[in-house]
Design a protein around this ligand. Structure first.
Ligand code: 9MR
Length: 764
């Protein structure tokens, strides 16, 4: 049947056809279907919930819980329609004429009839399969078949659970839809099997490479210079199967060769690596590029074509049509009855949202990069000074890195609830469009309604932490601004103490990310640490000393990030001067954390300080990896032990191409590098008149949960390192963000400060 004639036949015909083909297995026994070898392809992503439930979603009245290995939810009572509560999954490809088998395990307490649909995801919600499983307390397996009447790239699985006066609980598991065409097999072009840092190695630093090979015994290797002459040789070390890539690999160590130069290659197992340098100029360049990224992320100001050739654009969200903000932004309906001027700041990522929690860690890490340059034995503050970043403010005698940080910090201050209003002193969690926009879309062309979302304790503590830090950092340059920040920090702290459990709603994610965080004890610790370091006041010191994070293990296996901030506080307490009674222990704890990340790196065949024990890589894995390198770098600053510095350099090798995909994750760095990061305005992949992201932009990197349609179509079944695609629509593996470039900038400055990689030198 053609698509058009099917449409005329209407949804009822589909329901009937589906119902005829329906068989429910009432016994919870395994279904004796075709053998695995003959089974048609699986179309459902993550139907087993062994490690979370992404990309499944629920309506706002459901909290999905997959902690037991099943997908469960408490369904509220007093709903009217079946569709008032839904658990769903999007982007299932259907092929016309193909027969599918839909199976799942379902259980309800108390027992209840549910509704399981496979349907069009938009009006008129045409149903290709409609089943009404009688869910029992003991649970059953269900099986249905249907023939797809249409070709559709994005059918939806929907369990409609509403319509009950009484509350109940549902659990689902082993959800499977088999049939249809084999999904496209996407084969990334990974080039030569010898994997190197395609940008370069410090002449006196470690130099390692990875060879992907079937060989189990050591292999000979040769290092060739730019003229093709062999300048060093040796034998590889077999490392066996690497679970993060599914590859058998060897390590090559050519660290003893130290002559600077360009165009080196490494040869092993009949393959020649991509070229690389021995030098450090590229880190000097990255120190600048990674920070220059922020100016073109700015909201509320025209981006000058003169300062950023190819990137000039009108100011976004300055109250000029078609923009609806950000100079007078109302709250979401019912949240507040005032408007705020929350213009300025940086756009978070590829979207036009601005989020206090994520702005917080980003501006903090920029200010910390600056503070490090002043205090670390190898710090070189001159490289971060005035006129280093080609900003509109360059020439104002303030270090450019602080001018850039101030652009964001001013925005964070504007997000604070004014005196006299409910929850005064807290910070609104975020501001963004009331629904998602498409790509490409330049900031000044966004016509959606902008809304303030409710204040949260997490946002308030991000404001307290960054404002406290800004108070000390800006003191020498602008005392009034410093004082304004200190006052805001203290007010925010008091407001957070008075409202310690106001959490952002995880379902509040239409038009922007949720950035929800159910545990803010780490934000409390971080904010108290910054307030203490800036004021020395006993109140904050006592809070720090009493916090479980002060003596607890803050060195997460996965790394620190916007939702896990305890390590930010610990690092600053370790490196900044204070009268903290147990400061020596705090400093020693950084080396302990670094030793753990170093052990992970050394055990990893690709030399990565990140290896989650569940072998599932996170959204934004690159930022976790590089944040772990910040712990290593800080341990180097504190102890001078070169093993920590070497760990940082090896981490950069991974990001610059010594990885399973044989590519650099930083735009403009390395022969093959990410350049199509998800962005509404650096959208060259969609419109050749727009630019790619600027040089020095970090991509989020492999994400095992493949949470966007492109990744789900192309990367199904990927080993962690392969869960990445340089496609602008792959927002869950390939976005750019302000919080990912911040640790990149921090580390770039750290490595540039090491010059050629010899012994630590005194500060210049
Ligand atoms: O970086 C965020 C990641 O840790 C979360 O898992 C993910 C889903 O909530 O959201 C990421 O943040 C995105 C945000 O929600 C919206 N702007 C783009 C951010 C980067 O992808």
């Amino acid at each position: 049947m053609s698509r058009a004639s099917w449409r005329r036949a209407g949804p009822l015909a589909a329901v009937t056809a589906a119902a005829l083909a329906t068989t429910a297995l009432t016994a919870p026994t395994a279904y004796a279907g075709a053998s695995a070898a003959e089974e048609p392809p699986e179309q459902i992503v993550n139907g087993t919930f062994d490690a979370g439930h992404a990309p499944w979603w629920g309506t706002a009245n459901l909290t999905l819980d997959s902690s037991t290995g099943q997908l469960c939810a408490d369904v509220p009572g007093a709903t009217v329609n079946p569709w008032d509560a839904i658990i769903g999954l999007d982007n299932i490809p259907l092929a016309a004429g193909e027969t599918y088998e839909f199976r799942f395990f379902g259980q309800a307490t108390p027992g209840r009839v549910g509704k399981a649909l496979i349907q069009l995801p938009v009006d008129p919600y045409t149903q290709y399969l409609s089943a009404t499983p009688e869910l029992s307390v003991s649970g059953n397996d269900y099986r249905y078949t249907f023939t797809a009447p249409v070709d559709l790239p994005n059918a939806q699985v929907a369990f409609q659970l509403g319509g009950s006066t009484e509350p109940w609980r549902i659990c689902l598991d082993n959800i499977s839809l088999r049939g249809g065409a084999e999904p496209d097999v996407y084969e990334p072009d990974t080039g030569p099997r010898v994997r190197v840092n395609q940008v370069g190695y410090l002449p006196k630093g470690p130099k390692k490479a990875t060879v992907v090979t079937e060989a189990t015994a050591a292999l000979p290797w040769q290092l060739r210079d730019g003229a093709g002459r062999t300048v060093a040789s040796g034998q590889s070390t077999p490392r066996g199967l690497d679970p993060s890539s599914g590859q058998n690999v060897h390590t090559v160590d050519f660290g003893r060769y130290t002559r600077p130069g360009t165009g080196y290659t490494l040869v092993a197992d009949g393959e020649t690596s991509r070229p690389f340098d021995l030098g450090y100029a590229f880190y000097e360049q990255l120190r600048t590029d990674a920070l220059k990224f922020y100016y073109t992320q700015r909201s509320g100001i025209e981006i000058s074509e003169e300062l950023r050739p190819g990137y000039g654009r009108p100011a976004g969200h300055v109250g000029a049509a078609p923009n609806q903000g950000d100079t007078q932004v109302p709250c979401q309906p019912g949240v507040c009855d005032y408007t705020l001027d929350v213009s300025g700041g940086w756009y978070d990522a590829g979207d036009h949202g601005k989020y206090v929690v994520n702005g917080g860690i980003s501006v903090h890490q920029l200010m910390s990069e600056y503070e490090r340059s002043l205090r670390a034995p190898t710090g070189q503050p001159g490289h971060l000074g005035d006129r280093t970043l080609a900003l509109p403010e360059s020439g104002n005698r303030v270090p450019d890195i602080l001018d850039e940080a101030r652009w964001e910090q001013e925005f964070l201050l504007r997000m604070q609830v004014p005196a006299g209003r409910p929850l005064a002193g807290m910070a609104h969690h975020k501001i963004h469009d009331d629904s998602w926009t498409g790509l490409p879309l330049l900031p000044h062309l966004d016509d959606k309604r902008r809304e303030l979302h409710p204040p949260s304790t997490a946002a308030t503590l991000n404001l307290a932490a960054t404002a406290a830090q800004a108070a000390r950092v800006f003191q020498p340059y602008d005392r009034a601004f410093a004082a304004r920040n200190l006052a805001a920090a203290k007010t925010a702290w008091a407001a957070a103490k008075a409202n310690p459990e106001v959490y952002a709603d995880p379902a509040d994610a239409n038009g922007g990310g949720a950035y929800n965080d159910p545990d803010v004890s780490d934000e409390f610790y971080w904010a108290a640490a910054e307030l203490y370091l800036s004021t020395g006041a006993p109140e904050y010191r006592d809070f720090v000393l009493a916090s479980p994070h002060h003596t607890g293990d803050v060195w997460r296996e996965r790394g620190m990030d916007w939702g896990n901030t305890a390590a930010l506080g610990r690092l600053d307490l370790a490196v900044l001067p204070s009268g903290l009674p147990d400061r020596a222990r705090v400093r020693a704890s950084v080396a302990q954390g670094a030793d753990r990340y170093l052990a992970t790196l050394r055990a990893h065949p690709y030399g990565i300080p990140y290896n989650p024990s569940d072998n599932l890589w996170d959204w934004g894995s690159n930022n976790l990896i590089i944040n772990n390198a910040i712990v290593l770098a800080t341990a180097f600053d504190l102890t001078g032990a070169t093993r920590y510095r070497d760990g940082v350099l090896e981490t950069m090798d991974y990001l610059f191409g010594r990885n399973a995909l044989n590519q650099s994750y930083v735009t403009g760095y390395g022969e093959v590098a990410s350049r199509n990061q998800h962005s509404r305005w650096y959208a060259r992949q969609l419109n050749p008149e727009l630019p790619n992201p600027p040089r020095g932009t970090l991509s989020g990197g492999p994400n095992s949960a493949i949470q966007d349609p492109v990744a789900q179509q192309k990367l199904r079944g990927c080993a962690p390192q392969f869960c990445y695609i340089d496609d602008i629509e792959s927002w869950s593996t390939n976005e750019l963000t302000i919080n990912w470039n911040a640790p990149l900038a921090w580390i770039a400055a750290f490595v540039a400060d090491q010059d050629a990689g010899g012994a630590p030198h005194p500060r210049r």
